[in-house]
Design a protein around this ligand. Structure first.
Ligand code: COA
Length: 297
């Protein structure tokens, strides 16, 4: 699908995306690139990064791949330094690296719990921490949106509670909290905007393959308000809005891109019954409740 944004909304910007070699992270890298940004993508697997970089370059995007694990502070620092060395600046940091698997709490080892928090929550903080000195510089080309921007990819699992996702729910709750704290503190001190995006089920991603495996019975779309999976494109457009000057007054929010799924509940009365049932109940309630004299009503 074509983008509704002008192709130069991120012209001159440099973006570093963790988890940028695949899934949602890759789509964000490609869309940022198509809208004028140079992109550095970080991930653990060299082959995936190499493949992603060749696809990006074949689309005329200035891109580099940097191998690193967000769980290691030295990797975070090295990748950020390499980005600066190559592109000379850093305007946008996207924390898209994440770990996930379905597991019941009793079958999840404390190390499994910790592993996901280390990637999603601590990894996000580490990248922000190491990138601060460059993001706050602003530098030439600083637009009306001020200094740098951080975008944290989150989820909606923790708004209520989600089966078999205790680790990810805890991790993303921490990510949202980091988004708000940094929006307050770094927005005030350094003019850096910090926002998040909470995607729902997005088709053709590792997330959907892991969380709604084909082996599962039933069609997960049955319970969705918009009755469809999202596209990676939907998340990328939300990211473009937040990263461009269109989002210059948006700070500390996590934009939900899930078609309304997190609001959904099973319908408890069929729609055809609601009107009649409601009239019957209304009539009944106008009659005197048993035992109460009408004079007292
Ligand atoms: N069920 C239960 N526990 C699991 C698990 C599963 N499916 N997969 C991993 N774990 C546990 C391991 O048993 C281990 O705990 P232990 O030492 O107590 O046994 C712990 O998690 C770490 O596993 P390990 O495989 O050593 O970690 P890793 O660093 O190689 O991989 C993961 C990290 C587990 C998060 C892996 O799924 C990953 O790399 N994911 C990245 C991609 C991804 O998930 N994307 C989805 C985005 S929505």
């Amino acid at each position: 699908m074509d983008s509704p944004f002008k192709s130069d909304v991120l012209k001159g910007k440099v973006a570093l995306l963790t988890g940028g070699g695949s899934g949602i992270g890759f789509e964000l890298s490609a869309q940022f690139g198509k809208h004028g940004a140079s992109v550095a993508i970080m991930g653990r697997r060299k082959q995936i990064l190499d493949d992603a970089v060749s696809v990006l370059r074949s689309q005329g995007i200035q891109a580099i791949g940097l191998v690193g694990d967000v769980r290691k502070q030295e990797d975070a620092a090295r990748v950020i330094e390499s980005t600066i060395k190559h592109f000379g600046r850093l305007d946008i940091l996207v924390n898209a690296a994440a770990g996930n698997f379905l597991v019941s709490p009793e079958n999840l080892s404390p190390n499994g719990f910790k592993t996901v928090l280390d990637i999603d929550s601590v990894g996000t903080f580490t990248m922000c921490h190491e990138a601060l000195k460059y993001l706050k510089e602003g530098g030439p080309g600083k637009g009306p949106s001020g200094g740098g921007l951080i975008l944290n990819i989150s989820a909606t699992l923790h708004y209520t509670a989600s089966w078999y996702q205790i680790h990810v729910s805890a991790a993303k709750a921490a990510v949202d909290s980091i988004t708000r704290s940094l929006a307050l503190e770094w927005g005030t001190d350094y003019d850096i905007r910090v926002n998040g995006i909470a995607p729902g089920p997005i088709g053709d991603t590792t997330g959907i393959r892991k969380l709604a495996p084909e082996e599962m019975k039933g069609d997960p779309r049955e319970s969705m308000p918009l009755f469809k999976l999202g596209d990676k494109w939907d998340v990328a457009m939300a990211a473009l809005y937040l990263a461009s000057d269109a989002g210059k007054y948006v700070n500390g929010t996590t934009l939900i891109v899930d078609g309304g799924l997190w609001l959904s509940h099973p319908r408890f009365i069929p729609k055809e019954m609601v009107k009649d049932l409601s009239r019957v109940v209304e009539k009944k309630s106008r009659k005197a409740p048993t035992g109460v004299p009408t004079s007292k009503l």
